[in-house]
Structures are given as structure tokens and as C-alpha cells.
Ligand binder design. Structure first.
Ligand code: ADP
Ligand code: ZN
Length: 597
């Protein structure tokens, strides 16, 4: 009997069914067709070349720039009983020689190769001497000269098509914009390839924006309440803040490590490795931490500073929950973020046009933060995808109350006008709330009619109104004038009472977070299950250490949770748990049954 893709999915990977477009892509590739697959992180792209490589004659060659991960990827395949190896600069000559022999003898199903290695004449000749099942070009967006992951070697990968015209190729990426897509097709000569595009939505990620107070404390509260002991990434804007935040979390007993471009390469590699391989490590990073993270069980991505664009935010938060399990994207933001990012743009070297684009990206990000409607709908719309309210973001779960904010907005705008549009938010708020600071007295702003007209609202509340004013396009922060708030032409209609302004009802930051709190192991109902889950995790840690692989390579959290819930007492029952394939059943089945008992 010949194996089918579905039977291999079940027996080797232990999964009952294909997801999304997997079945179609796999059938196409098994049939020898070229493919370009654009599909979000965590959607299961790897299977789309792994299964065809196993089903077709010969070895499947996977080109990937992520050298640091190859060893783990190959180890994960070995755990499943798949014959795989890698070739990159981390191997000694004799180790590489052994792999080359395996390739020549047709002993491998999958070979992972770094692009620069693949392009050597030695490697091309090696491949010419072997039977090839397919080429998989992973992270295919690396051919794009406009993207930030550009790799010059990727452009030369067109040589594969020229040297091996009969070997099917599948290019894969999570970057789905049209420009990148066109570039991949042109540069890799994939004009004949069938293109598979899926929705970029990541339904298991819950998006949440909280108002920034003491951000580090808020972050700690969030981790304690919802993600104690889980792996997560915390993004900060500056290296200094990265260092401070990591230290703060460590002082609180959380295994947190810094990662930024100012650190030595070894220190960075060490922290990344910890994160990748150990359970429950939190990485605090600048955006330099990105490509090369292939950890499926990242449970949260937190931002302590406002990202510069929705593109960046979506990419960064997308590193959470690749295993499809519930994950959180948590962002704390405040007025100061807006001011700071605007200053960075205004002071940047880029030309006028460049700055305009950056400003509009920031405005979109701000609009997302200030939204009262579904955040996911907004983000997908930004990328050109229509959708309906998701039920899994903060604004869907606890819809903010809106109020008629015309009067406070008018008070704010007129206060800005009366003080000459020359002052920043702090001073404007002092005047509004009737604080006679030295600066107020110096400028005689206590004589203004707007002095104290807003004293029935707190400073944080005014800050929220200012942010919404910026997001609504009524106000701008002008850095040529030291961060002064200025009115836009759109503000006139509001001041004249011709346009009403809906604003969010103000809630204190702590209150807002408490209402959306969620237990980290909420799918596990009884206390016993949680205890068993923890025991299973302990067991997995030991097994991973024994085998020298990351914990998730042994079993994903999802599988352990399912075991804790079902409490299988026989191997047959254990085999029914998703993620338990034949090889793992054989290797670990008895130990797990013993634990359950
Ligand atoms: P991508 O490369 O698209 O980011 P991966 O290939 O790493 O995603 O897959 C993400 C996770 O989903 C992996 O843990 C994988 O085992 C799991 N997965 C993939 N396909 C299936 C499936 N059909 N059923 C269940 N889990 C799957
Ligand atoms: Zn929503």
C-alpha cells in the first residue's frame, strides 16, 4: 500500500486532519508542480514541503537563512522518525562529509541548507549526483531588496531552476503584500508556479491595548496574572529600556534576558538559545529580535512602547502562538509614545516624502490603539482584507463605552488656541486643570478664560482626550516647535460646533486590565488536570534535556494539555491525542501512561 499524505500526517505527525490550504498545496507539490505559498506564521507551512519530500522519490532540499535553527529543526524531525540532516557553516568538515555521503546514497528525506552553502559549486554538484524530490525555499521574502530581511544570496537562487529544471520548487513566506509577491515570482523565476494565498488573520492571538501608567508594573501584573512560567517576548524601543526591563523582571523572579543590537554576538546568541530551548523564558528586546525565532509556544508578545507602524506591530505580535494555542498580544501605550515617535520621524534624515509615509503609518497605528471597534477588523482592513468583529480582542470582549466628547474636545482645542499653539501637552493640561505652575504664571495663562475649565477631569483623562484628538486628526504634535500641540484644519468644524466628537468613556488603567483577565491554563477545568499538566511539563523538561532538544520538540503544550484532560490509560488512547504519532508513542508512551496513573 502506498502512503498517502493524510496517512503520513496521522501516523508520523499524529494530526488527524489538514489545516487550511495544506492538502491542496501538498497534492500540487507531490504532483510535481511549482508553488508559492503565502500564509501567516504558525499556519503550518513546513508540512507543505515536508510531506511532499517524504512522498516523492529522493531528498527534499530546504533552503533557509535560519542557520541557528537548523539543528533543532532536524532534531524535531528525528523525533518523528524522519531522516533529515543539515549543511551549514556550523558543521566540521568531517561532519559535512558524512551528510554528503548520506545525500549521495539517497538515505535522506530532507536536507536543510544555508543559501550561501547551496550556491557553492561543491554543493550544486553534490545535488546533481543525487535524486531530488523538490526544493523548498523558506523565508522567500528574503529575495526582496525592499524588505528588511534581504539576503543577497537569495537572488542567486534562480540558479536552482536553471541547473535542475525538472525538480519542483515551492517558495514559502509569511509576508503577503503584493510587491513582495511579485518580486519573489520574478527573482526566483516562479512564473509557472501556482500561488496559494491565505488570510493573514491569526485568530488565536488576542489583541489588547492598555493605557500606559507605570508600564513595567503593568507588564509584571499581566505576566503574573496570565502567563506565569510561560515564554514571551517584550519589545521596547531603546536598548537602555531593554536592559532595565529585563533586570526589573529578573528581580521579580522571572527568567528574563535582554536582546539588542548593542550586545555582543555571543551574548545575543546565548540569550536566544535559552529562549528557544528552555521552558518559560522571557526575552526583552528591541525589534532586532525577530527573524530566526521559530518557537511555537510563545504565549505572549508585549509592547512597552508604541510600534512605528501596523506592519511592524503585526509582524512582532505574530511571533506569539505559532502552535495555534491561545496567545496574547499586549500593548501599553501613552501620549508620550506619540510625542516621542513623532519627534523621531521629524528629526530623521529621510526626505520629505519619506517622513510623510512614516507619519501616515504612525497615524494608522495610533488609530488602531484608539479604536473603539474591533482591532482585528481594523488591522485586516489595513492589509486589504475584509472581516467581521472577531470576539477575541479587548474591544470585542469589553466594548468601550463611548460618550459625546464634543464639549471636552472644544475645551481642549480652544485652550490650545488661546495659549498660542506654542505649548506641549503638559502645559496645556496645567492650564485646563487650573494649575498655577511657574510657567503658567510666567505666561499669565491663569488670566485666560480657559484656565481651569477642565478641572473636573483628571490629568490622565485629559491625556486620553489629547491622544484621541491626535488619532482623530484634529491635533498634531509639532516638533519644529518643541512638541507644541497645534490644530489641524479639521479642528475648525469642532470648535464651531458643526461636528460632534465621540470619545471613549474614560476608565482607570488598572480597572480596564482586570476585566479582561484570563487564567493561563483556562482550558484545563479541574485542579487535578492542572497538577497533571505541571507534572507532564516537568517530565518533558527532563526528556528534552536527555535528548538535547527544545522542550516543544518532545511534545507541544497543546498535546500535554490534551493528555492532562483525557488521562489516557492505554497506548491506544494516548495515540488519539493530537501530536502523538507512532514514533513518539513508541518512545514516550509508557512513561506518560505511568505518569497519568
Ligand atoms: P509556519 O511555518 O507556517 O510558521 P509551522 O509549519 O511551524 O508553521 O506550523 C506551526 C505549528 O502547527 C507546528 O507546531 C505544527 O506542528 C502545527 N501544525 C501544522 N499542521 C498541522 C495540522 N494539520 N494539524 C495540527 N497541527 C498542525
Ligand atoms: Zn475583535
Amino acid at each position: 500500500m502506498t502512503a498517502t499524505a493524510l496517512s503520513l500526517l496521522n501516523s508520523v505527525f499524529g494530526y488527524p486532519a489538514f489545516r487550511g490550504q495544506q492538502a491542496e498545496v501538498i497534492a500540487h507539490c507531490v504532483g510535481g508542480g511549482d508553488a508559492l505559498m503565502l500564509s501567516p506564521t504558525g499556519s503550518g507551512k513546513s508540512l507543505c514541503y515536508q510531506l511532499p519530500a517524504m512522498l516523492r522519490d529522493g531528498v527534499g532540499v530546504v533552503v533557509s537563512p535560519l542557520i541557528a535553527l537548523m539543528q533543532d529543526q532536524v532534531a524535531a524531525l528525528a523525533e518523528l522518525g524522519i531522516k533529515a540532516a543539515f549543511l551549514n557553516s556550523t558543521l566540521s568538515a568531517s561532519e559535512a562529509g558524512a551528510v554528503e555521503r548520506q545525500v549521495r546514497n539517497g538515505e535522506l528525506d530532507l536536507l536543510y541548507v544555508a543559501p550561501e552553502r547551496l550556491l557553492t559549486e561543491r554543493c550544486l554538484q553534490l545535488l546533481a549526483s543525487a535524486k531530488l524530490a523538490l526544493f523548498a525555499i523558506d523565508e522567500a521574502h528574503c529575495v526582496s531588496q525592499w524588505g528588511h530581511d534581504f539576503r543577497p544570496e537569495y537572488i542567486q537562487l534562480s540558479v536552482l531552476h536553471e541547473r535542475f529544471p525538472d525538480v519542483p520548487r515551492i517558495a514559502l513566506t509569511a509576508t503577503a503584500d503584493r510587491l513582495t509577491r511579485a518580486e519573489i515570482i520574478a527573482r526566483l523565476q516562479l512564473e509557472q508556479a501556482r500561488v496559494f494565498v491565505s488570510s493573514i488573520d491569526r485568530p488565536n492571538i488576542r489583541y489588547r491595548v492598555v493605557e500606559k501608567g507605570n508600564a513595567r508594573k503593568q507588564l509584571l501584573g499581566f505576566i503574573r496574572a496570565e502567563h506565569e512560567g510561560a515564554a514571551g517576548i517584550v519589545y521596547c524601543l531603546s536598548r537602555k529600556k531593554v536592559e532595565e526591563t529585563a533586570e526589573f523582571l529578573r528581580d521579580e523572579g522571572i527568567a528574563a534576558y535582554a536582546y539588542h543590537a548593542g550586545m555582543s554576538a555571543e551574548a545575543r546568541a546565548k540569550h536566544q538559545r535559552r529562549f528557544q530551548r528552555e521552558d518559560g523564558v522571557v526575552i526583552v528586546a528591541t525589534i532586532a529580535f525577530g527573524m530566526g525565532i521559530d518557537k511555537p509556544d510563545v504565549r505572549f508578545v508585549a509592547h512597552l512602547d508604541l510600534p512605528k507602524s501596523i506592519e511592524g506591530y503585526y509582524q512582532e505580535t505574530g511571533r506569539a502562538g505559532r502552535d495555534g494555542q491561545p496567545a496574547d498580544a499586549w500593548l501599553a501605550y501613552g501620549l508620550q509614545d506619540v510625542v516621542q515617535l513623532r519627534r523621531m520621524i521629524d528629526q530623521s534624515d529621510g526626505g520629505e516624502e519619506y517622513r510623510k509615509v512614516q507619519v501616515s503609518k504612525l497615524d494608522a497605528m495610533l488609530g488602531l490603539c484608539e479604536a473603539s471597534d474591533c482591532r482585528r477588523v481594523r488591522m485586516l482592513a489595513y492589509f486589504g482584507e475584509a472581516s467581521t468583529p472577531c470576539g477575541n480582542c479587548d474591544t470585542c470582549l469589553t466594548p468601550p463605552q463611548t460618550m459625546d466628547g464634543t464639549i471636552p474636545m472644544q475645551q481642549l482645542l480652544s485652550c490650545i488656541v488661546r495659549t498660542g499653539q506654542r505649548f506641549g501637552a503638559v502645559h496645556v493640561m496645567d492650564v485646563l486643570t487650573g494649575h498655577d505652575t511657574d510657567k503658567v504664571l510666567h505666561w499669565r495663562h491663569h488670566d485666560l478664560r480657559t484656565f481651569g475649565i477642565g478641572k473636573d477631569r483628571s490629568v490622565p483623562e485629559w491625556r486620553a482626550i489629547i491622544r484621541q484628538g491626535i488619532a482623530l486628526g484634529l491635533l498634531v504634535v509639532d516638533h519644529d516647535a518643541y512638541g507644541a500641540l497645534k490644530l489641524t484644519p479639521a479642528a475648525r468644524a469642532v470648535l464651531k460646533g458643526e461636528q460632534r466628537v465621540p470619545l471613549r468613556e474614560y476608565h482607570k488603567a488598572e480597572k480596564a486590565t482586570r476585566t479582561t483577565r484570563r487564567a493561563s491554563s483556562d482550558e484545563l477545568v479541574a485542579g487535578d488536570d492542572v497538577a497533571l499538566f505541571e507534572r507532564l511539563r516537568e517530565w518533558r523538561k527532563r526528556a528534552a534535556a536527555d535528548h538535547g532538544v527544545p522542550a516543544y520538540v518532545i511534545f507541544h503544550d497543546a498535546s500535554l494539555k490534551e493528555i492532562a484532560r483525557r488521562r489516557p490509560e492505554t497506548l491506544a488512547a494516548l495515540r488519539e491525542v493530537p501530536g502523538v504519532g507512532e514514533r513518539k508513542l513508541e518512545a514516550y508512551g509508557r512513561e506518560i501512561i505511568a505518569l497519568v496513573e
